[in-house]
Design a protein around this ligand. Sequence first.
Ligand code: PMV
Length: 327
Amino acid sequence: LNKADVVKHILRDREQTPGHKGSAFAPANIALVKYWGKSNTELNVPMTDSISVSLGSLGAQTTLCVRDRGDDFVMLDGKEVSSQSSFYQRVKKYLDLFRSPLSPFFEVETCSSVPVAAGLASSASGFAALAKALDDLFGWGLDGRELSILARLGSGSACRSVYDGFVWWKRGQSMDGMDSYAEQMNVEWPSFRIGLLELSTREKAVGSREAMQRTIETSHLYSAWPEQVASDLDDLREGLEHRDIERVGRVAEHNALTMHATMISAWPPVLYWLPESVEILHRVWKAREEGTPVYATMDAGPNVKLLFEKNADQSVISLFPNLKIVD
Ligand code: PMV
C-alpha cells in the first residue's frame, strides 16, 4: 500500500469538484513523549505512540485554490517559494496525492508563525493546515481521524497538529496505517506553560526523516527506545491527569534526552545541539536546584522549549529573559 492508496481509500465517496477557495489554521505541537523512528517509512507509521501539546495560536494559516495551467504556485509568508527549494518540492509531492482533471495544480499561500525547519515543528503545523485546507476546498467534511491520517502522510508529527491541547498519537497495528492517528486527550490544564528559546532559525543540516532512519540502522541504543517510551507514556498520562508539573516535566525532559542519546550514538552521529543549547540545559538544572520547577525538551533542532506552570512565570522569565511564552 502506498500514500495514494490511503488517500483513495479515505476519499472514496467524497466530492471531486473543488470549491473556489479553502483555508485553515493548524497549531504547531511539541512532543512530551517523542516520536522517533518509523515502522513504515512510506506511510510515516511510527514505531511507538507519542504525546504532544499544541501551541495555541502559533502555527500555520494556509489558503488554497486550484490553478488550471502551469504548475503549483507556493507562497510562504508573503514571498513566492522557488520551485527549486526543498520546501516547494515537499508541498508539491504532497499535493500530487490530491490532483484530478478538475484540480491539476494548486496555488498555496501559507503564513507560518513558527520558523520553518528549525526544530520548532513547522512541518507539523504546515501539513496539518494543508490537509485541513484541502478538506475545506473540496468540502469533504472529513472527521478528526481522517484528517489526522492525511496529515500524517505529509509529516508524521503533523497528525497531532489536527487538534488543540494535549494529543495522543496511537501508532496502530495495521500495515496500512489506517489505525495510526492522533486523538485529543481529555486533559484541561490552563496553567500549563510552554516557553520557546529560539537559538537558531537556520535550516537544519539533517532532516528528521533521515536522522530517524540513520538512528534505527546504526545505533545500538535504539533497541532500548520503544521500552522507555512505553513506560513514559503511562507515567505522562498519570502526570497529566493530576496536572503534576514535576512528574510531567521529569518524564518529558528524560524522554527528550533519551531520544537525543539514540541519535548521538548513530553513525555518522546526529547532534542537533549548539553549545548554547547545552548551556541552557545547565541553567534549567540549576534553576530546579534552586527551587523553580522548570523542565526542558528539544526536538530535531538546537532550540530549547521550557515547560513550567503559570505560578513560576516570573522566576522563569527572570532566568531566561529571551523566552517566548506560548499563549
Ligand atoms: O514529523 P517529523 O518527521 O518532523 O518528526 C518529528 C520528530 C520530533 O519532532 C523530533 C519528535 C516529535 O514527536 O515531534
